[in-house]
Design a protein around this ligand. Structure first.
Ligand code: S3P
Length: 437
């Protein structure tokens, strides 16, 4: 991995035109995992060919699942059935992907073989106890050093269903337990403190598995089967978010983002931007393979600072880096609280964003569970360290739309985990960004 990939983002750009952002990362991971366990051939289109979802794909190939080489987002998975996975010949490397590690943990604790899961430096720092502990209550055995990767998953354990009240709003923990529950005796139920993305539940149902959703309690019974289907992955709203904020803060911007997933558990970014006074229109709303999609048109607007309602935090959890850029360009103060989860993402997103914003001359005060940002008319320039966090790198690229000097953003290689081709696509619609290694 080249840690020295740099983005240089220059003032003077705007965003105009129509684009299609790459496929949804969460849905792409799940298409491989569930397609692999299904009976028959699953066809996936719109798959995200980014490093994170490709690591999931490679993991299942290493466990004996025939998966075609993705081409323009299309691939086929010849599912091996619930009990058809084979022991990989070496440890499974999952790169930067927390979703792969946490969801795979749930799925693998029920297999007959041992497997080791490893990640890169950032993933190796991330907390895994949040899945290890509840899975252990189901009878799983996962060895780790202080709850951090690498994880050694001991196979051959009989799992029993249970009801788990999630201590934090986390779709990864919810999904991990539900995937283990597919193999557990009896019913497995999770109760969420707040709604989180429900792609696992939707896709299980699309592959013919009964999942009962009663308010915040989601349950399923072990021992069922999955049936192959066609999965169309919508564009990733988390990738669209950079352009939504970019168009809101730029002068004379008018951009349409085509075929973006607008699942209500993911649209917090639209709600927050609307509260800030953004000009966002949802057009052509329709269903695509069990997920709602729409074309999203965004035009320049005068944003104002707000206190972000806490219920929107899990619904916009990946979009805060770029929402902080919106806040930095808004009139008045924006206050975020109840977002301590941001400290354990690919980087500590509260601290890393506060450091970068301060460098651009913005008043940004981190708090234990959030941040207070006072907006200003013009941002400065300078050298930003993204700390290898893809979303921090892309968020600061958009800041040049309101800066008077160039931004040099370091350590941007991981943009490929979620948004391959970001620089090309952003350039196509008018952002003045280049990359150099
Ligand atoms: C994801 C859930 C979220 C999100 C991550 C993807 C998923 O993580 O931040 O990018 O696909 O389930 P948490 O469950 O840790 O909030």
């Amino acid at each position: 991995m080249t840690e020295n990939l740099t983005f240089i983002s220059k003032p003077g750009g705007t965003l105009q035109g129509e684009i299609q952002v790459p496929g949804d990362k969460s849905v792409s991971h799940r298409s491989i995992m569930l397609g692999a366990l299904a009976k028959g051939r699953t066809e996936v289109s719109g798959f995200l060919q980014g490093e994170d979802s490709l690591n999931t794909l490679r993991a299942f190939r290493a466990m004996g699942v025939p998966i075609s080489e993705p081409q323009d987002g299309y691939l086929t998975i010849d599912g091996v059935g619930m009990h058809g996975l084979k022991a990989p010949s070496e440890p499974v490397y999952l790169g930067n992907s927390g979703t792969s590690m946490r969801l795979l943990s749930g799925l693998l604790v029920a297999q007959s073989f041992d497997v080791q899961l490893q990640g890169d430096e950032s993933l190796t720092r991330r907390p895994m106890k949040r899945v290890i502990d509840p899975l252990a209550e189901m009878g799983a055995v996962i060895e780790s050093r202080e709850g951090k990767p690498p994880l050694l998953i001991r196979g051959g354990k009989a799992l029993k269903g249970f009801e788990y009240r999630l201590p934090m709003a986390s779709a990864q923990v919810k999904s991990s337990i539900l995937l283990a529950g597919l193999y557990a005796q009896g019913e497995t139920a999770v109760i969420e403190p707040a709604p989180t993305r429900d792609h696992t539940e939707r896709m299980l149902q699309a592959l013919g598995y009964e999942v009962v959703c009663e308010g915040r309690r989601i349950s399923l019974k072990g021992g069922g089967t999955l049936t192959a289907t066609k999965i169309e992955v919508p564009g990733d709203i988390s990738s669209a978010a950079f352009f939504m904020v970019g168009a809101s803060i730029a002068k004379e911007a008018d951009i349409t983002l085509k075929r973006v997933g607008v699942n209500p558990t993911r649209t917090g970014v639209i709600d927050i931007l609307n509260l800030m006074g953004a000009d966002i229109e949802l057009l052509n709303e329709r269903m695509l393979g069990g997920e709602p999609v729409a074309d999203i048109r965004v035009r320049s607007a005068d944003l104002k600072g707000i206190t972000i309602p806490e219920y929107l935090v899990p619904l916009a959890i990946d979009e805060f880096p770029v929402l902080f850029i919106a806040a930095a360009c808004a009139e008045g103060e924006t206050v975020l609280s109840g977002a301590e989860e941001l400290r354990v993402k690919e980087s500590d997103r509260i601290q890393v964003m506060a450091d970068g914003l301060q460098l651009l001359g913005v008043q940004a005060k981190p708090t234990a569970d959030g941040i207070r940002i006072t907006g200003c008319q013009r941002l400065g320039g300078g050298e930003i360290n993204s700390h290898g966090d893809h979303r921090i790198a892309m968020a600061f690229s958009m800041a040049s739309l309101r800066s008077y000097a160039e931004l040099v953003i370091r350590d941007c290689e991981n943009v490929n985990t979620s948004f391959p081709g970001f620089v090309e696509l952003a350039t196509q619609v008018g952002l003045r960004v280049e990359q150099s290694s």
